[in-house]
Design a protein around this ligand. Sequence first.
Ligand SMILES: [Zn+2]
Length: 202
Amino acid sequence: MILPILQYGNPILRAKGKRIDEIDDRIRELVANMIETMHAAHGVGLAAQQIGEALQLTVLDISAVEDRPSTLKLDGKDADPKSAMPLVLVNPEIELDGETEIGIEGCLSFPEITGDIERAHSIMVRAQNLEGETIQIEAGGFLARAIQHEHDHLNGILFIDRMRSAAKAALSSRLRRMQKEVRRGRRILPEEERPFVTETTL
Ligand SMILES: [Zn+2]
């Protein structure tokens, strides 16, 4: 089932996710719906907060991304990042390595907004999979960036928090408008249903 994706301004996006102690049928169903929702929205990741559940749970699928390379080791062994997708991370904990790089990001909770974000190039993740087994992931490149973005969501951190202040200042009126619309309960239309507007009228 495709779930509605919460937009910026919804307070659940700022909630820290609760640890999942038991992976039961409800969680399995939630994960299936999150994967379906992520694919339908052409996203590379989706955090539980974005569909209204403040939990330590995220799904990712970078297999459609051709132009931004990723590396992956699963439990110490080299793995093909594409065939390991979709990735389900329950209660993920991440360690960043020292090297950072700047790359462009978007977010399904911020339609039409992108920004340059500094992230660690490589990360180490410990999480449970849907079977409740502990897995260890070493990720690099785009996958490392996507996991960091989703892991931030699980702690109520949004990519705008990591934008340089000048970039964020340039977006401030759009962000305020988004918050107001969401608070008024006005749905933001999916891209294909949106009337054409030029960049300056946004
Ligand atoms: Zn996001």
